[in-house]
Design a protein around this ligand. Structure first.
Ligand SMILES: Cc1cc2nc3c(=O)[nH]c(=O)nc-3n(C[C@H](O)[C@H](O)[C@H](O)COP(=O)(O)OP(=O)(O)OC[C@H]3O[C@@H](n4cnc5c(N)ncnc54)[C@H](O)[C@@H]3O)c2cc1C
Length: 443
Protein backbone atom coordinates (compact mmCIF):
# COMPACT_ATOMS: atom_id res chain seq x y z
CA UNK A 1 0.00 0.00 0.00
CA UNK A 2 1.49 3.39 -0.93
CA UNK A 3 2.16 6.02 1.71
CA UNK A 4 -0.85 8.15 2.65
CA UNK A 5 1.35 11.18 3.04
CA UNK A 6 2.38 13.31 0.08
CA UNK A 7 6.08 12.92 0.77
CA UNK A 8 9.26 13.61 -1.12
CA UNK A 9 8.81 10.59 -3.31
CA UNK A 10 5.40 11.61 -4.62
CA UNK A 11 6.65 15.15 -5.17
CA UNK A 12 9.82 14.03 -6.90
CA UNK A 13 10.55 14.94 -10.48
CA UNK A 14 8.69 13.24 -13.26
CA UNK A 15 8.43 9.43 -13.05
CA UNK A 16 10.11 7.27 -15.71
CA UNK A 17 8.18 6.12 -18.77
CA UNK A 18 6.77 2.58 -18.70
CA UNK A 19 8.76 1.77 -21.82
CA UNK A 20 11.53 3.91 -23.30
CA UNK A 21 11.42 4.26 -27.10
CA UNK A 22 13.88 2.14 -29.12
CA UNK A 23 15.67 4.88 -31.02
CA UNK A 24 18.11 4.79 -33.95
CA UNK A 25 21.48 6.59 -33.68
CA UNK A 26 21.11 10.23 -34.82
CA UNK A 27 23.26 11.48 -37.74
CA UNK A 28 25.16 14.82 -37.48
CA UNK A 29 23.65 16.16 -40.68
CA UNK A 30 20.44 15.37 -42.53
CA UNK A 31 18.02 16.82 -45.08
CA UNK A 32 15.75 17.92 -42.23
CA UNK A 33 16.29 18.64 -38.55
CA UNK A 34 13.31 18.40 -36.20
CA UNK A 35 13.43 20.12 -32.81
CA UNK A 36 11.34 18.29 -30.21
CA UNK A 37 10.26 14.65 -29.98
CA UNK A 38 6.71 15.11 -28.74
CA UNK A 39 3.69 14.08 -30.81
CA UNK A 40 4.30 16.75 -33.48
CA UNK A 41 8.03 15.99 -33.82
CA UNK A 42 7.48 12.24 -33.98
CA UNK A 43 4.75 12.61 -36.61
CA UNK A 44 6.91 14.99 -38.66
CA UNK A 45 9.95 12.69 -38.52
CA UNK A 46 7.93 9.61 -39.49
CA UNK A 47 6.31 11.39 -42.43
CA UNK A 48 9.60 12.96 -43.60
CA UNK A 49 11.33 9.58 -43.56
CA UNK A 50 8.40 8.01 -45.42
CA UNK A 51 8.91 10.75 -48.03
CA UNK A 52 12.51 9.56 -48.49
CA UNK A 53 14.22 12.44 -46.66
CA UNK A 54 16.96 11.92 -44.08
CA UNK A 55 16.07 13.27 -40.62
CA UNK A 56 17.65 14.08 -37.28
CA UNK A 57 15.45 14.82 -34.27
CA UNK A 58 16.88 16.66 -31.28
CA UNK A 59 15.09 16.45 -27.97
CA UNK A 60 15.90 18.35 -24.76
CA UNK A 61 14.62 15.67 -22.39
CA UNK A 62 15.98 12.22 -21.73
CA UNK A 63 12.82 10.69 -23.19
CA UNK A 64 10.49 11.16 -26.13
CA UNK A 65 6.78 12.04 -25.92
CA UNK A 66 6.85 15.60 -24.56
CA UNK A 67 3.58 16.31 -22.78
CA UNK A 68 2.50 12.68 -23.32
CA UNK A 69 4.04 10.35 -20.74
CA UNK A 70 2.81 7.05 -19.33
CA UNK A 71 4.52 5.95 -16.10
CA UNK A 72 3.94 3.06 -13.75
CA UNK A 73 2.34 4.17 -10.45
CA UNK A 74 1.00 1.80 -7.84
CA UNK A 75 1.33 -1.08 -10.31
CA UNK A 76 -0.83 0.60 -12.97
CA UNK A 77 0.10 2.41 -16.21
CA UNK A 78 -0.84 6.03 -15.56
CA UNK A 79 -0.80 8.96 -17.98
CA UNK A 80 0.98 11.85 -16.30
CA UNK A 81 0.04 14.17 -19.19
CA UNK A 82 -2.49 13.58 -21.97
CA UNK A 83 -4.94 10.72 -21.39
CA UNK A 84 -8.01 11.31 -23.62
CA UNK A 85 -7.90 10.65 -27.35
CA UNK A 86 -10.01 13.68 -28.25
CA UNK A 87 -11.90 14.16 -31.50
CA UNK A 88 -11.44 10.46 -32.26
CA UNK A 89 -12.88 10.73 -35.76
CA UNK A 90 -10.20 13.25 -36.74
CA UNK A 91 -7.37 11.90 -34.59
CA UNK A 92 -4.48 10.19 -36.40
CA UNK A 93 -3.45 8.44 -33.16
CA UNK A 94 -6.68 6.43 -33.26
CA UNK A 95 -5.59 5.03 -36.64
CA UNK A 96 -2.12 4.31 -35.24
CA UNK A 97 -3.53 2.59 -32.13
CA UNK A 98 -5.67 0.33 -34.31
CA UNK A 99 -2.69 -0.46 -36.56
CA UNK A 100 -0.67 -1.47 -33.48
CA UNK A 101 -3.53 -3.60 -32.15
CA UNK A 102 -4.14 -1.47 -29.02
CA UNK A 103 -7.66 -1.69 -27.65
CA UNK A 104 -9.66 1.55 -27.55
CA UNK A 105 -12.42 2.30 -25.02
CA UNK A 106 -15.22 4.86 -25.05
CA UNK A 107 -14.48 7.74 -22.70
CA UNK A 108 -17.30 9.12 -20.55
CA UNK A 109 -19.06 12.21 -21.87
CA UNK A 110 -21.54 13.31 -19.19
CA UNK A 111 -20.25 13.78 -15.64
CA UNK A 112 -21.84 12.73 -12.38
CA UNK A 113 -22.55 15.68 -10.13
CA UNK A 114 -21.76 15.97 -6.42
CA UNK A 115 -23.62 18.72 -4.54
CA UNK A 116 -21.95 19.31 -1.20
CA UNK A 117 -21.32 15.81 0.10
CA UNK A 118 -24.11 14.04 -1.73
CA UNK A 119 -24.75 12.74 -5.21
CA UNK A 120 -27.19 14.93 -7.16
CA UNK A 121 -30.57 13.30 -7.80
CA UNK A 122 -31.81 12.50 -11.31
CA UNK A 123 -33.57 15.84 -11.80
CA UNK A 124 -30.59 17.87 -10.61
CA UNK A 125 -28.22 15.85 -12.75
CA UNK A 126 -30.41 16.32 -15.83
CA UNK A 127 -30.58 20.09 -15.17
CA UNK A 128 -26.82 20.21 -14.76
CA UNK A 129 -26.25 18.33 -18.03
CA UNK A 130 -28.66 20.69 -19.77
CA UNK A 131 -26.78 23.71 -18.38
CA UNK A 132 -23.52 22.13 -19.57
CA UNK A 133 -24.88 21.73 -23.13
CA UNK A 134 -26.55 25.16 -23.10
CA UNK A 135 -23.32 26.93 -22.18
CA UNK A 136 -21.39 24.97 -24.81
CA UNK A 137 -23.93 25.92 -27.48
CA UNK A 138 -24.03 29.56 -26.34
CA UNK A 139 -20.24 29.90 -26.53
CA UNK A 140 -20.14 28.28 -29.98
CA UNK A 141 -22.89 30.61 -31.22
CA UNK A 142 -20.89 33.63 -30.00
CA UNK A 143 -17.67 32.29 -31.50
CA UNK A 144 -19.21 31.73 -34.89
CA UNK A 145 -20.37 35.38 -34.95
CA UNK A 146 -17.11 37.15 -34.13
CA UNK A 147 -13.60 36.69 -32.80
CA UNK A 148 -13.69 39.52 -30.30
CA UNK A 149 -15.60 38.18 -27.32
CA UNK A 150 -14.46 35.94 -24.47
CA UNK A 151 -16.36 32.73 -23.74
CA UNK A 152 -17.52 34.32 -20.47
CA UNK A 153 -19.92 36.53 -22.45
CA UNK A 154 -22.05 33.41 -23.03
CA UNK A 155 -22.75 33.04 -19.29
CA UNK A 156 -25.31 35.86 -19.55
CA UNK A 157 -27.23 33.82 -22.13
CA UNK A 158 -28.00 30.97 -19.72
CA UNK A 159 -31.68 30.58 -18.86
CA UNK A 160 -32.92 30.67 -15.22
CA UNK A 161 -32.85 26.86 -14.81
CA UNK A 162 -29.27 26.60 -16.11
CA UNK A 163 -28.13 29.64 -14.11
CA UNK A 164 -28.35 27.53 -10.92
CA UNK A 165 -25.32 25.60 -12.18
CA UNK A 166 -23.55 28.63 -13.65
CA UNK A 167 -20.36 28.26 -11.59
CA UNK A 168 -20.09 24.50 -12.05
CA UNK A 169 -20.46 24.65 -15.84
CA UNK A 170 -18.18 27.71 -16.08
CA UNK A 171 -15.55 25.60 -14.34
CA UNK A 172 -16.28 22.58 -16.55
CA UNK A 173 -15.90 24.47 -19.85
CA UNK A 174 -13.21 26.81 -18.53
CA UNK A 175 -10.40 25.60 -16.23
CA UNK A 176 -11.39 21.90 -16.49
CA UNK A 177 -11.69 21.71 -20.30
CA UNK A 178 -9.52 24.61 -21.49
CA UNK A 179 -7.02 25.20 -18.68
CA UNK A 180 -8.03 28.86 -18.39
CA UNK A 181 -11.07 30.76 -17.11
CA UNK A 182 -13.83 31.59 -19.59
CA UNK A 183 -12.83 35.26 -19.45
CA UNK A 184 -9.41 34.40 -20.97
CA UNK A 185 -10.28 32.26 -23.98
CA UNK A 186 -11.90 33.76 -27.07
CA UNK A 187 -15.24 32.27 -28.09
CA UNK A 188 -13.89 31.80 -31.64
CA UNK A 189 -11.01 29.59 -30.46
CA UNK A 190 -13.42 27.53 -28.33
CA UNK A 191 -15.95 27.20 -31.16
CA UNK A 192 -13.30 26.17 -33.71
CA UNK A 193 -12.16 23.17 -31.63
CA UNK A 194 -13.43 19.90 -33.08
CA UNK A 195 -15.20 17.90 -30.43
CA UNK A 196 -16.78 14.56 -31.24
CA UNK A 197 -16.02 11.16 -29.79
CA UNK A 198 -13.40 10.71 -27.02
CA UNK A 199 -11.56 7.43 -26.44
CA UNK A 200 -8.99 5.91 -24.08
CA UNK A 201 -6.24 3.58 -25.28
CA UNK A 202 -4.99 0.39 -23.68
CA UNK A 203 -1.56 0.87 -22.06
CA UNK A 204 -1.82 4.68 -21.94
CA UNK A 205 -1.65 7.56 -24.43
CA UNK A 206 1.97 8.42 -23.60
CA UNK A 207 3.06 4.83 -24.18
CA UNK A 208 1.35 4.86 -27.60
CA UNK A 209 3.13 8.08 -28.61
CA UNK A 210 6.51 6.75 -27.39
CA UNK A 211 6.08 3.49 -29.32
CA UNK A 212 5.58 5.52 -32.49
CA UNK A 213 9.09 6.96 -32.02
CA UNK A 214 10.67 3.50 -32.32
CA UNK A 215 13.30 3.49 -35.05
CA UNK A 216 13.55 7.29 -35.31
CA UNK A 217 16.99 8.94 -35.15
CA UNK A 218 16.54 11.04 -31.99
CA UNK A 219 19.34 12.69 -29.99
CA UNK A 220 18.05 12.83 -26.40
CA UNK A 221 19.23 15.33 -23.76
CA UNK A 222 20.12 17.71 -26.60
CA UNK A 223 18.36 21.09 -26.24
CA UNK A 224 18.48 23.47 -29.20
CA UNK A 225 19.77 26.86 -28.09
CA UNK A 226 20.24 28.76 -31.37
CA UNK A 227 19.07 28.44 -34.96
CA UNK A 228 21.07 30.14 -37.71
CA UNK A 229 18.97 30.34 -40.88
CA UNK A 230 20.93 33.19 -42.48
CA UNK A 231 22.41 30.87 -45.11
CA UNK A 232 20.70 28.61 -47.66
CA UNK A 233 19.97 25.89 -45.04
CA UNK A 234 19.81 25.85 -41.23
CA UNK A 235 22.37 25.28 -38.47
CA UNK A 236 21.03 24.24 -35.08
CA UNK A 237 23.29 24.81 -32.08
CA UNK A 238 23.11 22.56 -29.04
CA UNK A 239 25.45 22.02 -26.07
CA UNK A 240 26.51 18.83 -27.85
CA UNK A 241 27.50 20.45 -31.12
CA UNK A 242 26.02 21.95 -34.27
CA UNK A 243 23.70 20.17 -36.70
CA UNK A 244 23.32 21.17 -40.32
CA UNK A 245 20.20 20.56 -42.41
CA UNK A 246 18.41 21.92 -45.46
CA UNK A 247 15.19 22.57 -43.56
CA UNK A 248 13.96 22.67 -39.96
CA UNK A 249 10.71 21.69 -38.24
CA UNK A 250 10.34 23.38 -34.82
CA UNK A 251 7.85 21.71 -32.46
CA UNK A 252 8.92 23.44 -29.24
CA UNK A 253 5.87 24.64 -27.22
CA UNK A 254 4.80 28.11 -28.37
CA UNK A 255 5.24 29.88 -24.98
CA UNK A 256 8.90 28.76 -24.92
CA UNK A 257 9.45 30.20 -28.41
CA UNK A 258 7.61 33.38 -27.39
CA UNK A 259 9.96 33.94 -24.45
CA UNK A 260 13.04 33.40 -26.64
CA UNK A 261 14.33 30.08 -25.28
CA UNK A 262 15.80 29.47 -28.74
CA UNK A 263 17.64 32.37 -30.37
CA UNK A 264 16.88 32.68 -34.09
CA UNK A 265 19.41 34.41 -36.34
CA UNK A 266 17.99 36.30 -38.15
CA UNK A 267 15.07 36.75 -35.73
CA UNK A 268 11.75 35.15 -36.60
CA UNK A 269 9.54 37.48 -38.69
CA UNK A 270 7.53 40.04 -36.71
CA UNK A 271 4.25 38.40 -37.80
CA UNK A 272 5.40 35.07 -36.31
CA UNK A 273 6.62 36.71 -33.10
CA UNK A 274 3.34 38.62 -32.73
CA UNK A 275 1.36 35.40 -33.26
CA UNK A 276 3.45 33.55 -30.66
CA UNK A 277 2.93 36.42 -28.22
CA UNK A 278 -0.83 36.50 -28.86
CA UNK A 279 -1.46 32.97 -27.56
CA UNK A 280 -1.86 32.28 -23.84
CA UNK A 281 -0.40 29.40 -21.83
CA UNK A 282 -3.08 27.18 -20.30
CA UNK A 283 -2.48 25.43 -16.96
CA UNK A 284 -3.68 21.92 -16.23
CA UNK A 285 -2.32 19.45 -13.70
CA UNK A 286 -3.21 15.95 -12.55
CA UNK A 287 -3.08 14.86 -8.93
CA UNK A 288 -3.14 11.05 -9.07
CA UNK A 289 -5.02 9.48 -6.17
CA UNK A 290 -5.32 5.92 -4.90
CA UNK A 291 -8.57 5.85 -2.91
CA UNK A 292 -9.72 2.26 -2.60
CA UNK A 293 -12.42 2.81 0.04
CA UNK A 294 -13.49 6.24 -1.23
CA UNK A 295 -17.09 7.26 -1.88
CA UNK A 296 -16.69 7.13 -5.68
CA UNK A 297 -15.66 3.50 -5.86
CA UNK A 298 -18.56 2.27 -8.03
CA UNK A 299 -17.90 4.85 -10.73
CA UNK A 300 -15.48 3.17 -13.18
CA UNK A 301 -14.01 5.59 -15.73
CA UNK A 302 -16.47 8.34 -14.89
CA UNK A 303 -15.98 12.07 -14.77
CA UNK A 304 -17.24 13.70 -11.60
CA UNK A 305 -18.14 17.38 -11.28
CA UNK A 306 -18.68 19.31 -8.05
CA UNK A 307 -20.66 22.43 -7.27
CA UNK A 308 -18.39 25.26 -6.16
CA UNK A 309 -16.58 28.37 -7.26
CA UNK A 310 -15.79 28.52 -11.01
CA UNK A 311 -12.17 29.50 -10.32
CA UNK A 312 -11.55 27.29 -7.31
CA UNK A 313 -12.84 23.83 -8.12
CA UNK A 314 -11.54 20.44 -9.21
CA UNK A 315 -12.76 17.74 -11.57
CA UNK A 316 -12.29 14.01 -11.21
CA UNK A 317 -11.88 11.08 -13.54
CA UNK A 318 -12.83 8.32 -11.12
CA UNK A 319 -11.41 4.80 -11.22
CA UNK A 320 -9.70 5.31 -14.55
CA UNK A 321 -8.98 2.18 -16.57
CA UNK A 322 -11.19 0.29 -14.11
CA UNK A 323 -8.69 0.48 -11.19
CA UNK A 324 -9.05 2.26 -7.84
CA UNK A 325 -7.14 5.36 -8.94
CA UNK A 326 -8.57 8.78 -9.70
CA UNK A 327 -7.25 11.83 -11.49
CA UNK A 328 -8.11 14.96 -9.52
CA UNK A 329 -7.53 17.71 -12.08
CA UNK A 330 -6.89 21.38 -11.48
CA UNK A 331 -6.81 24.04 -14.18
CA UNK A 332 -6.51 27.74 -14.86
CA UNK A 333 -5.32 30.43 -12.47
CA UNK A 334 -5.76 28.16 -9.42
CA UNK A 335 -2.73 26.13 -10.55
CA UNK A 336 -0.50 29.19 -10.45
CA UNK A 337 -2.02 30.46 -7.20
CA UNK A 338 -1.26 27.17 -5.45
CA UNK A 339 2.24 27.39 -6.87
CA UNK A 340 3.70 23.89 -6.40
CA UNK A 341 2.79 20.22 -6.89
CA UNK A 342 2.81 19.76 -3.10
CA UNK A 343 0.33 22.62 -2.63
CA UNK A 344 -1.90 21.21 -5.40
CA UNK A 345 -1.93 17.80 -3.73
CA UNK A 346 -2.78 19.41 -0.37
CA UNK A 347 -5.59 21.42 -2.00
CA UNK A 348 -7.14 18.26 -3.45
CA UNK A 349 -6.94 16.38 -0.15
CA UNK A 350 -8.48 19.31 1.72
CA UNK A 351 -11.25 19.83 -0.84
CA UNK A 352 -12.25 16.16 -0.71
CA UNK A 353 -12.01 16.08 3.10
CA UNK A 354 -14.23 19.19 3.34
CA UNK A 355 -16.86 17.44 1.24
CA UNK A 356 -16.75 13.84 2.35
CA UNK A 357 -15.19 14.07 5.85
CA UNK A 358 -11.89 12.94 7.33
CA UNK A 359 -13.03 9.34 7.74
CA UNK A 360 -13.68 9.08 3.98
CA UNK A 361 -10.30 10.53 2.99
CA UNK A 362 -8.31 8.59 5.61
CA UNK A 363 -7.57 5.92 3.00
CA UNK A 364 -6.64 8.40 0.27
CA UNK A 365 -3.04 8.41 -1.01
CA UNK A 366 -1.51 10.91 -3.43
CA UNK A 367 0.66 8.89 -5.80
CA UNK A 368 1.84 11.79 -7.92
CA UNK A 369 1.17 15.46 -8.63
CA UNK A 370 2.19 16.57 -12.12
CA UNK A 371 4.43 19.58 -12.65
CA UNK A 372 3.97 20.58 -16.29
CA UNK A 373 3.77 24.25 -15.43
CA UNK A 374 7.13 24.12 -13.65
CA UNK A 375 8.69 21.96 -16.39
CA UNK A 376 11.29 23.93 -18.40
CA UNK A 377 10.52 22.05 -21.65
CA UNK A 378 6.72 22.52 -21.61
CA UNK A 379 6.00 25.91 -20.04
CA UNK A 380 2.27 25.15 -20.21
CA UNK A 381 -0.26 22.36 -20.67
CA UNK A 382 -1.32 23.81 -24.05
CA UNK A 383 -2.19 27.18 -25.60
CA UNK A 384 -5.46 29.06 -25.92
CA UNK A 385 -6.23 32.09 -28.09
CA UNK A 386 -7.82 35.07 -26.29
CA UNK A 387 -10.43 37.21 -28.08
CA UNK A 388 -9.11 38.43 -31.43
CA UNK A 389 -6.20 35.96 -31.52
CA UNK A 390 -7.61 32.75 -33.01
CA UNK A 391 -6.02 33.67 -36.38
CA UNK A 392 -2.57 33.53 -34.74
CA UNK A 393 -2.62 29.74 -35.13
CA UNK A 394 -2.86 30.06 -38.94
CA UNK A 395 -0.08 32.67 -38.96
CA UNK A 396 2.21 30.18 -37.18
CA UNK A 397 1.65 27.69 -40.01
CA UNK A 398 3.14 30.07 -42.60
CA UNK A 399 6.57 28.73 -43.72
CA UNK A 400 9.49 30.95 -42.71
CA UNK A 401 12.05 31.59 -45.44
CA UNK A 402 11.00 28.34 -47.17
CA UNK A 403 13.14 26.41 -44.65
CA UNK A 404 11.77 26.86 -41.12
CA UNK A 405 8.38 25.31 -40.29
CA UNK A 406 6.55 25.51 -36.96
CA UNK A 407 4.28 22.66 -35.82
CA UNK A 408 2.63 21.54 -32.60
CA UNK A 409 -0.67 21.76 -30.79
CA UNK A 410 -0.50 25.58 -31.00
CA UNK A 411 -0.45 25.64 -34.80
CA UNK A 412 -3.70 23.66 -35.13
CA UNK A 413 -6.82 25.79 -35.57
CA UNK A 414 -9.27 22.96 -34.95
CA UNK A 415 -7.46 20.44 -32.72
CA UNK A 416 -5.40 22.84 -30.60
CA UNK A 417 -4.52 21.65 -27.12
CA UNK A 418 -4.51 18.01 -28.16
CA UNK A 419 -2.11 15.24 -29.11
CA UNK A 420 -4.23 14.60 -32.22
CA UNK A 421 -3.74 18.21 -33.27
CA UNK A 422 0.01 18.10 -32.67
CA UNK A 423 0.23 14.86 -34.68
CA UNK A 424 -1.71 16.30 -37.63
CA UNK A 425 0.42 19.44 -37.55
CA UNK A 426 3.66 17.41 -37.59
CA UNK A 427 2.44 15.60 -40.68
CA UNK A 428 1.31 18.88 -42.26
CA UNK A 429 4.75 20.44 -41.68
CA UNK A 430 6.46 17.38 -43.22
CA UNK A 431 4.37 17.88 -46.36
CA UNK A 432 5.30 21.56 -46.46
CA UNK A 433 9.01 20.68 -46.12
CA UNK A 434 8.77 18.28 -49.03
CA UNK A 435 7.18 20.97 -51.18
CA UNK A 436 9.79 23.53 -50.16
CA UNK A 437 12.74 21.22 -50.75
CA UNK A 438 11.22 20.09 -54.03
CA UNK A 439 11.09 23.71 -55.16
CA UNK A 440 14.68 24.28 -54.01
CA UNK A 441 15.93 21.15 -55.80
CA UNK A 442 14.22 22.08 -59.03
CA UNK A 443 15.38 25.72 -58.92
C1 LIG B 1 -1.80 17.46 -17.62
C2 LIG B 1 -2.11 17.48 -19.09
C3 LIG B 1 -3.22 16.81 -19.57
C4 LIG B 1 -3.49 16.80 -20.93
N1 LIG B 1 -4.55 16.08 -21.36
C5 LIG B 1 -4.72 15.90 -22.69
C6 LIG B 1 -5.62 14.90 -23.15
O1 LIG B 1 -6.28 14.22 -22.35
N2 LIG B 1 -5.75 14.71 -24.50
C7 LIG B 1 -5.00 15.44 -25.40
O2 LIG B 1 -5.12 15.20 -26.61
N3 LIG B 1 -4.11 16.37 -24.97
C8 LIG B 1 -3.94 16.60 -23.65
N4 LIG B 1 -2.99 17.48 -23.20
C9 LIG B 1 -2.27 18.32 -24.18
C10 LIG B 1 -1.24 17.53 -24.98
O3 LIG B 1 -0.41 16.84 -24.07
C11 LIG B 1 -0.41 18.48 -25.84
O4 LIG B 1 -1.28 19.26 -26.65
C12 LIG B 1 0.53 17.73 -26.79
O5 LIG B 1 1.27 16.77 -26.08
C13 LIG B 1 1.46 18.71 -27.47
O6 LIG B 1 2.34 18.01 -28.34
P1 LIG B 1 3.50 18.82 -29.07
O7 LIG B 1 4.25 17.88 -29.89
O8 LIG B 1 2.92 20.03 -29.71
O9 LIG B 1 4.39 19.40 -27.86
P2 LIG B 1 5.25 18.58 -26.79
O10 LIG B 1 4.62 17.30 -26.48
O11 LIG B 1 5.48 19.52 -25.67
O12 LIG B 1 6.61 18.30 -27.56
C14 LIG B 1 7.59 19.30 -27.71
C15 LIG B 1 8.94 18.67 -27.42
O13 LIG B 1 9.95 19.67 -27.57
C16 LIG B 1 10.92 19.47 -26.57
N5 LIG B 1 11.68 20.70 -26.39
C17 LIG B 1 11.30 21.85 -25.78
N6 LIG B 1 12.28 22.76 -25.88
C18 LIG B 1 13.28 22.20 -26.58
C19 LIG B 1 14.54 22.63 -27.03
N7 LIG B 1 15.01 23.88 -26.78
N8 LIG B 1 15.32 21.78 -27.74
C20 LIG B 1 14.91 20.51 -28.01
N9 LIG B 1 13.72 20.04 -27.60
C21 LIG B 1 12.90 20.88 -26.91
C22 LIG B 1 10.12 19.05 -25.37
O14 LIG B 1 10.92 18.37 -24.41
C23 LIG B 1 9.05 18.15 -25.99
O15 LIG B 1 9.45 16.80 -26.01
C24 LIG B 1 -2.67 17.51 -21.85
C25 LIG B 1 -1.55 18.20 -21.37
C26 LIG B 1 -1.27 18.18 -20.01
C27 LIG B 1 -0.04 18.90 -19.53
Amino acid sequence: MPSRKFGAQAAAAEPAPVRPARLAPPPRAADVAVIGAGAAGIAAARRLMAQGLSVVVIEARERVGGRALTASLGGQAVDIGAHWLHAANANGLVTEAKRLGRALFDAPQEPRLILGDREADGRETAAFHAAWSDLFAAICALGEDADLVPCAAALDRLGPEAARFRDAVAFAHGPFACGVGLETIGAADFAAAQDDLDLFVEGGYGALVATLADGLPVALATPATRVDWSGPGVRVETPRGVLAARALVVTVPAPLLARGDIVFDPPLPATTRDALGALRAASYEHVVLAWPGGPLREAANTTVAFDGDAADNLGLLANFDGGAMHYADLGGALVGRLGSPEARAAFVREALTDRFGGAATAGLSVLHASRWGEDPWSGCAWTVAPPGAHGARAVLRVPIGARVFLAGEATSSTLWGTIGGAWAEGERAAGAVREALGVAVGA
